[in-house]
Design a protein around this ligand. Structure first.
Ligand code: HEC
Length: 265
């Protein structure tokens, strides 16, 4: 009987400790996550997805898109860049100094140092912060994904395998609804080397009535329907495309800062 109790206690402690580690700790850390604000603005982040995009998340899930795509941008660090905004009264000296200085890919100390040197002779500079890492170099995002990005997603579709590109920012990269629909119907129609399966069953082949439907796909000849027929997205396809367009994690946040790209003057 003595061993029975110790086995029970040992099991209880082992399972209890892993429950605390895998369930309780993340809940305490992130369970209270709330909408936050975009850095240096009063805009809220994230915003609730539209109705169609919220339904589209379920289509994404039902079709197993997360088996081949992640929605998570990783970041390994940050780098600073010093930009000259005005050469002041002594442009020759400033340009001479700048030609001998490293101005991109700096650490905070190096950036402060360059900043001090340039301002000392009258130039004006702006220091920019950029996120670095392989995912960011691939153009998949401007910063890492953070818990707040998924606040309104139920369930979160993180994915773990990247047979295709990360989609955390596909709404920024490919913002055209027609492109998204065309790609879902026939990935090879927009990317001849694509190995992504076609999701034809999200579309309907219909006989053309008096006139083609306004939302019928404009497909290249080899993918088009037979003469007199057209290919029209079903509601699921429209919802899925709306969800893809809503995938944007491109605002600087307190926990994932970067300097937004300002429009060229
Ligand atoms: C068997 C793996 C696989 C599955 C399942 C899959 N994809 Fe893909 N996907 C790919 C590959 C590979 C590419 C890259 C080639 C291309 O652009 O077509 C890709 C590309 C994409 C792109 C373009 C990305 C870019 O950066 O241009 C989007 C959008 C996309 N997939 C959405 C989806 C959606 C939505 C689903 C679910 C309905 C899905 N994929 C299911 C493999 C897959």
């Amino acid at each position: 009987m003595k061993t029975g109790i110790s086995v029970f206690v040992a099991t209880f402690v082992a399972l209890g400790a892993s429950w605390c580690g895998f369930v309780l700790a993340p809940l305490l850390q992130l369970g209270g996550a709330k909408q936050t604000v975009v850095l240096q603005t009063t805009d809220n982040w994230p915003l609730q997805r539209t109705g169609a995009a919220t339904l589209g998340l379920q289509v994404y899930r039902a079709n197993g898109c997360a088996a081949c795509h992640t929605e998570l941008v990783r970041q390994t660090g940050v780098a600073f860049e010093v930009l000259l905004t005005s050469a002041g009264n002594n442009p020759a000296a400033v340009s001479n100094l700048i030609s001998n200085l490293k101005l991109a890919g700096l650490t905070k100390e190096e950036a402060d140092d360059a900043n001090a040197k340039i301002t000392a002779i009258g130039g004006k500079v702006e220091t920019r912060l950029t996120a670095t890492g392989a995912d960011i170099a691939r153009g998949w995002g401007l910063r890492q994904s953070v818990a707040a990005d998924y606040l309104y997603d139920q369930p979160v579709q993180l994915g773990s395998l990247r047979a295709g590109p990360d989609l955390a920012n596909i709404g920024v990269r490919a913002p055209d609804l027609n492109w998204q629909l065309l790609h879902l119907y026939a990935p090879k129609a927009v990317n001849p080397n694509s190995t992504m399966p076609s999701f034809k069953f999200l579309f309907e082949v219909r006989k053309i009535g008096n006139a083609p439907a306004p939302d019928a796909l404009h497909l290249p000849k080899e993918f088009a329907a037979a003469d007199g027929y057209e290919i029209v997205p079903k509601p699921e396809a429209i919802e899925l495309a709306a969800y893809l367009l809503s995938l944007k994690a491109n605002q600087p946040l307190y926990e994932a800062p970067f300097s937004p790209v300002t429009a060229a003057k």
